[in-house]
Unconditional design. Structure first.
Length: 175
């Protein structure tokens, strides 16, 4: 595949692939990243890839990568929720010489939540503090379940970044 053919393929299929990814993932940024990943892979493998039907190949790639993204995201969200649940009300280390306590992690998480858009924060708190399911939150807020998933994922990403920064500071202090 030469550069002109690649450019023509990109221009012809980009918006269709984006639509597929966005419909599946529900995030503009993630959909754009996924489409970019598809075209990067196509370009990298241009010399040895044998593609009989370009449209079929690209659509299948968009669907597969979107589903992989969702699986990865759900695993990360589940792991973060387990971490938050485990850390709540417990010291990070039992040894008294370690300065980092769960209170500091919780404070960092609260600060991260305070910086979120109001709707995202409210949805996250309905799930984590009120115990509402995604379906119940969707009904309560008038949003789709997919929109609720998006807001909770956004909150979890902010929390994970905040916790990671706090933990890195702890590691730096104790090294």
């Amino acid at each position: 595949m030469n550069e002109a053919l690649f450019t023509a393929t990109y221009e012809q299929y980009w918006s269709r692939l984006y639509s597929i990814c966005y419909f599946t993932i529900g995030s503009r940024e993630a959909a754009e990243d996924t489409v970019t990943e598809i075209f990067l892979s196509l370009w990298k493998n241009r010399d040895h890839a044998v593609i009989d039907n370009m449209e079929h190949y690209l659509v299948r790639a968009a669907k597969n990568l979107s589903l992989k993204y969702l699986v990865r995201q759900r695993k990360m969200d589940a792991a973060l929720l387990r971490m938050v649940d485990t850390l709540q009300g417990q010291d990070l280390y039992d040894a008294s010489d370690h300065p980092l306590k769960v209170k500091e992690i919780t404070a960092a998480a609260r600060e991260a939540l305070a910086l979120l858009p109001e709707k995202t924060r409210q949805i996250f708190l309905l799930n984590r503090e009120e115990g509402l399911t995604y379906q119940q939150i969707a009904k309560h807020t008038g949003l789709s379940v997919k929109a609720v998933e998006y807001h909770i994922s956004k909150a979890l990403r902010a929390l994970s970044r905040s916790m990671l920064i706090t933990l890195l500071e702890f590691i730096r202090q104790t090294s």
